[in-house]
Design a protein around this ligand. Structure first.
Ligand SMILES: NC(=O)c1ccc[n+]([C@@H]2O[C@H](COP(=O)([O-])OP(=O)(O)OC[C@H]3O[C@@H](n4cnc5c(N)ncnc54)[C@H](OP(=O)(O)O)[C@@H]3O)[C@@H](O)[C@H]2O)c1
Length: 253
């Protein structure tokens, strides 16, 4: 039977590529995004369903799940990909920004997972793939709030794996490296304004210079391929670094 994947944050970047890859490989794909743009996939396939979903809005999660079940009858894999970033000095980061990042990256993942779990538990099958970041593999400056939001999901996922094991439900982490080709930096640019106060400037400048000349980067296809691997994994592996820079960090740990 054709399998169904439900993905958050598919309007661009890693989520969009993941939706495309699963579609090409014959799955039913529920590509959710805050503002649906069905044409971005150039596909008229009945295997593709584009639905509105904001991970900070529980009602929109419920509505998207109900619509998915009435279209495909089942969800086999949930990919929690939606995420936002903030880079800057923590002292200067307003708590409203910290909370905004956690609402999406942490509580949004938890809320979507909690909504899907009864379906998985009752079927005694299903896989949750949580997209975190390689910032959880090695400490990175100027990313305290963002790292905290993703590290929380690493801890959450590791613990959840135990309580779901008896029901045949799997939980995985995909840890992508730095992907400058996605909309991640431009989507977060407004959040970073004013976050490098003068006393920290000489500290931050060389770090921004090093961001501009990365030794290795991650592409959206690196991530899509690793999400595919995590979704189909039968070995019990929890963590899946994605992209050459993330792999290097994982190996150096
Ligand atoms: N690019 C990197 O360097 C990098 C590195 C490691 C990990 N990651 C992680 O990878 C994931 C994908 O990021 P990306 O690089 O592909 O960035 P991206 O191009 O900005 O994609 C992020 C997606 O999340 C969506 N989103 C944001 N807030 C949302 C919300 N409240 N509800 C639903 N969707 C929401 C965005 O939708 P809108 O169009 O509506 O804004 C967009 O589709 C994120 O979890 C990110 O933290 C990225």
């Amino acid at each position: 039977m054709t399998q169904t994947v439900f993905i958050t944050g598919t309007s661009s970047g890693y989520g969009k590529a993941t939706a495309q890859l699963f579609l090409e490989r014959g799955w039913n794909v529920v590509a959710t995004m805050r503002t649906p743009k069905p044409d971005i996939f150039n596909s008229k396939s009945s295997s593709l369903k584009v639905l509105p979903l904001d991970v900070t809005d529980t009602e929109s999660i419920r509505t998207a799940l109900d619509e998915t079940l009435s279209t495909f009858g089942v969800i086999d894999v949930l990919v929690n990909n939606a995420g936002i970033g903030v880079v800057g000095i923590f002292e200067a980061t307003p708590m409203t920004t910290v909370r905004e990042v956690f609402e999406t990256n942490t509580f949004g993942v938890m809320a979507t997972t909690q909504a899907v779990l009864p379906l998985f538990r009752e079927r005694r099958a299903g896989t949750v793939v949580n997209v975190t970041s390689s910032v959880t593999l090695a400490r990175m400056p100027l990313a305290a709030a963002y790292t905290a939001s993703k590290a929380a999901i690493e801890g959450f996922t590791g613990s959840l794996a135990f309580e779901l094991e008896a029901f045949g439900v799997k939980v995985k982490l995909v840890e992508p490296g730095y992907g400058p080709a996605t909309r991640f930096a431009s989507n977060g640019a407004h959040r970073m304004e004013g976050l490098i106060p003068e006393p920290y400037r000489s500290f931050a400048e060389p770090i921004f210079a090093s961001f501009a000349k990365p030794v290795a980067v991650t592409t959206e296809w690196d991530v899509a391929e690793v999400v595919w691997r995590a979704a189909n994994d039968t070995t019990g592996q929890l963590r899946f670094p994605a992209g050459p820079d993330a792999l290097a960090l994982a190996q150096s740990r």
